[in-house]
Design a protein around this ligand. Structure first.
Ligand SMILES: Cc1cc2nc3c(=O)[nH]c(=O)nc-3n(C[C@H](O)[C@H](O)[C@H](O)COP(=O)(O)OP(=O)(O)OC[C@H]3O[C@@H](n4cnc5c(N)ncnc54)[C@H](O)[C@@H]3O)c2cc1C
Length: 489
């Protein structure tokens, strides 16, 4: 049986993380270290792999990290492009940026590594909606002809419709309830869950549009309930007036965190080492990379998404249902275009600054500059199918398409929006998506068993989460994999 941590275990996190760190070099060339035998090879230098490597190294094991790309951090990626905030110029974050006060492991690492935190300066301005061909102010939604909702559904703000309904229907209380067989009845598509609870057809359709990042037929309600139940933990950090503290960002960009974690490893982090085969034997594991590198270790940790692991040869084949999990766990696309808004065009058209639409733009965020006039930050945020369609274009064509489409819906934005950087996570060859999405029935079928070590091959990565989400889930999984190995060493 896999280890299922209880909510109380959150308090024990610091034990693993406060082990003393030793400084060392971090990026070596392949030629310098290939064919070396170590105790543990970790595949992937994202937060999960680096946390595994750090804990094992501090416990005295010889560890080597193989990273397939030319960069450390995985889905933590601070771009070269920057934009202006109250804290001055900050890098555009293509991936993770928000650090919640409930992130025990991430905060502990930030503290140990001497990194500085800043209050996040990303306040979203209100949204108008563009639905069924009509541009609608928030205050007009309840009585708009585009509002086809029924009864008390009509007064729920359009953009919040899906999240409001799911919050009402979420039966989970404890963080590991999503893995408890007694909730199997909720391992159905979001569409079916809404339907069986009497949500109108128009409401189900609006939920699909309202950007849960999920195909309503293709994602299990339990998958979304896990995140929502974990999200509710943030409320425990609320002040007496009920306000939840502002999330933090890392000064210099989130990528500073994985870079600092890598720099503390006494062993090597080899970049440009894309693994293509893992042979699991009785006495050790052989790992081969696409450029002919060969590494032998007593244990291997695959700290890479299943969307990538499925194209690596693992011999012998993992048992079912783990093999099915590796082959079929879906990943959602997230496509973003980071923009400069030259002037607040919403002052001209009189609608709320942000836009939520049933067209190709889906969501346009306008970020407050706290000055009223002048330049603002903006962001196109597309997920699921709409993200995939736009990402199929070249970054230049996709950027132009989004800007033109926004101008079609809101002529006042014409000439005011400039894309600084376009990014699709689904198009990254070593990620192939933003986050794991269990299909209906898959939580029951394999969520518990997919993390069981396959002989000397262990699994980490945020998709192997138990209680957490986001960066904290990556750290949680790395810690679990490290302890599995320490238990056997
Ligand atoms: C757009 C976006 C926004 C996000 N925002 C937040 C946020 O604000 N707060 C938050 O907490 N979380 C956020 N997250 C989630 C967070 O980024 C992830 O949970 C976390 O970074 C995942 O870490 P990981 O180690 O599991 O995987 P990854 O970061 O994906 O690391 C896997 C590593 O393995 C490498 N790799 C893959 N295949 C191979 C191979 N064959 N050989 C060698 N190496 C390989 C990859 O290059 C990568 O470096 C966001 C994610 C995205 C995409």
């Amino acid at each position: 049986m896999p280890q299922t941590l209880s909510r109380r275990a959150l308090g024990k996190v610091a034990v693993a993380s406060t082990l003393a760190a030793s400084a060392g070099p971090f990026v070596h060339t392949r030629q310098a270290r290939a064919n070396e035998q170590v105790d543990v090879v970790v595949i992937g230098a994202g937060l999960s792999g680096l946390n595994t490597a750090g804990i094992l190294a501090e416990s005295g094991l010889g560890v080597m990290v193989l990273e397939g790309s030319s960069r450390i951090g995985g889905r933590v990626w601070s771009a070269e492009e920057s934009w202006e905030t109250n804290a001055g110029e900050v890098p555009i974050e293509l991936g993770a940026s928000q650090i919640s006060p409930s992130y025990a492991r991430v905060l502990d690492a930030v503290d140990r590594l001497g990194l500085e935190l800043l209050d996040q300066d990303r306040e979203l301005l209100p949204f108008s909606a563009h639905l069924k061909g009509l541009h609608i102010k928030a205050e007009d939604w309840a009585n708009s002809p585009a509002n086809m909702l029924v009864g008390d559904e009509r007064s729920i703000p359009a953009m919040q419709f899906g999240s409001t309904m799911l919050a009402r229907l979420n039966p989970l209380i404890e963080l590991d309830d999503w893995l408890d067989p007694k909730f199997t009845d909720y391992d159905v598509s979001i569409h079916d869950l809404l339907k069986r609870n009497g949500v109108s057809e128009a409401g189900i359709r609006l939920t699909e549009v309202s950007g849960l990042g999920a195909d309503l037929h293709g994602v299990s309600a339990l998958r979304l309930f896990q995140e929502r139940t974990r999200g509710a933990l943030e409320l425990e950090f609320a002040s007496e007036d009920g306000s939840v503290p502002t999330p933090k960002n890392i000064k210099g960009g989130t990528a500073v965190l994985p870079q600092a974690m890598a720099s503390q490893l006494p062993g090597a982090v080899l970049i440009g080492q894309q693994v293509m085969a893992i042979d699991v034997e009785e006495n050790g594991v052989d790992v081969r990379t696409i450029d002919g590198g060969r590494y032998r270790a007593r244990f291997v940790v695959a700290a890479i998404p299943f969307s990538v692991l499925r194209s690596i040869s693992v011999w012998p084949k993992p048992p079912e249902p783990q093999y099915e999990a590796i082959q079929t766990l879906k990943y959602a696309e997230t496509t973003r275009a980071f923009c400069r808004i030259k002037e607040p065009f919403w002052q001209e058209d009189g609608f709320e600054p942000g836009l939520f639409s049933d067209g190709a733009v889906r969501m346009f965020w306008a970020i407050d500059n706290h000055k009223g006039g002048g330049e603002h930050r903006g962001m196109f945020v597309l997920s699921g199918r709409s993200g995939e369609q736009v990402a199929a274009l070249s970054p230049e064509a996709a950027s132009q398409f989004l800007v033109d489409e926004l101008a079609r819906l809101r002529p006042a934005s014409k000439g005011q929006v400039e894309v600084l950087r376009f990014h699709s996570w689904g198009r990254q060859p070593l990620q192939r998506g933003c986050s794991p999405m269990f299909a209906p029935g898959q939580v029951t079928k394999f969520a518990r068993d997919m993390i069981i070590p396959h002989g000397r091959l262990h699994f980490a990565g945020e998709h192997t989460r138990r209680l957490e989400y986001g960066m904290e889930a990556a750290m949680e999984s790395g810690e679990r994999a490290a302890f599995e190995i320490l238990d056997q060493s």
